[in-house]
Design a protein around this ligand. Sequence first.
Ligand SMILES: Cc1ncc(C[n+]2csc(CCOP(=O)(O)OP(=O)(O)O)c2C)c(N)n1
Ligand SMILES: [Mg+2]
Length: 556
Amino acid sequence: MPVVDEVNAGQHIVDAAVAAGVRTCFTLSGAHVFPIYDAAVGGKDRVLASADPRTAERDGPLRLVDTRHEQTAVFAAEATGRLTRTPGFAAVTAGPGVTNAVSAVATASFNGTPMVVVGGRSPDSRWGQGALQELDHVPLLSPITKAAWTTHSASEVRDAADRAFALAASARSGPVFWDVPIDVIFAPSAREPRPAARPIPAPPPDDDAVAAARRQLDAARHPLVVLGSGVWQSDAVDAARELVRLRDLPVVANGMARGVLGPSDPHLVTRARSRAFAEADLVVVVGTPLDFRLGYGAFGDPAAPVIHIVQTPDEVSASPHVACSVVGDLTAALLALAPGRAVDGTWTSELRQAALAAIAADEPMLTSRSTPIHPARIYGELRSRLTPDSIVIGDGGDFVSFAGRFVEPEQPGRWLDPGPYGCLGTGPGFALAAGIVHPSSPLFLLMGDGAAGFSLADLDTLARHRVPAVVIVGNNAGWGLEKGPMRLLYGYDVVADLSPTRYDEAAIALGCGGECVTDPEQVGPAIDRAMTAGIPYVVNVMTDPDAAYPRSTLGI
Ligand SMILES: Cc1ncc(C[n+]2csc(CCOP(=O)(O)OP(=O)(O)O)c2C)c(N)n1
Ligand SMILES: [Mg+2]
């Protein structure tokens, strides 16, 4: 008789995660998921043999990182999925652990982030009798995941786990949720070594669609390319560069595709996007939906035709402006479009000149000596301190709109904003992930003061897990991005004022460093002190409440 190794379901889940390339499990403690912790650290003997349990958390088969709120754990998993392009992973306890995760799962859904969230669940044996935290999570999670289910038998857990990780990473990637009742997760079942299930890649693009797109691109006089997060997430960065350079195309970059072309690339015209959108006679949109960020696909008046290149049929847009949808592997599609006629004349170079002129016009704002401090001054100081490998994270309203305008990443995958779900409070979780994935890269977290309030306690998490983020709070004592629009619509504003809170002092109490800055000349030196502190450090900059980000629409 062969000896069958019996393990509990927590071990199956950890086995599947490790096989899928997952390195870290983000969590906040709850008994419903204890077996996952036990397997992640390698069991009791291993923990008792290590210098202290904290070392065991770091050095087990799967690193355990605990937070102060499940939203931070799942935001960290979401950012891990985006930064590594393998599934991020979080385990949350039943009931409130799962409901606290919902905003972060929705964020992953909007961003197409590969992520697996495992929830605890009340026991099947007591279902319907009123057990602690008894809630059927699946109907809540189904609309915001690729799939959500409950696994009711221990012997099915390994299959379910393999399916979850493969599905999350299959094109188009996204979040998967499943929960395991406590009497199932603690139950033993046979362990068989096996490889991970393979994610399903995007299919090759259809030849006819590619041929049609090529004809349109060859015929266009003023084509424009918009690169979106899918280009980074499906690893089509080199193919995008090839297309752009061979055809000398101007490019606007969004989301995780920022940095596909660096700030000195002559094709990058993001800062002249309004003119580019108004004058283009064909817009090639790659790896991003035609949503509010792109004016729902209406570029110019009359609207230019759009070639929309996406990975899966689910992403095909119903916009009337789409002349051609190319569906399939983005690398294959972009490489198939690359050979062909280069753009005539001066179209790309004129847009580039316009972009450079816009950048030059910002200079007085970036070097402003006014008091109270203009928020742009912070970015003026930051830019000379950013290295090509720096990671910049934005969490906030106007303050982060300024960041999007002034920070131009050198590499893709180094800029993290919440994406189109637009959820405040992502910052500390994103910083936690970035510090773990890229421990030697300088890490900057830019937060509005309003945003800072959502996950402030997780500065404690950054301190405990030794993530020395430079946290800059643009403190205008209010919800700036709501205050301005409300005044615009009503001529007054309510519920938009906050206090000039000493977030730096709160940070110090939570184990970080910090200081408050009111003198514009001290912004740079304070950032320097933060960069050398070796611990997370909050530079709380009191900014001018009247220096709103200039915008002409509500951006909704
Ligand atoms: C969870 C969540 N709640 C509310 C909002 C609406 N909202 C968008 S921007 C914003 C103001 C953000 O204020 P702050 O972080 O201080 O940045 P500021 O605009 O003042 O620079 C608010 C409340 C949101 N996007 N997400
Ligand atoms: Mg604010």
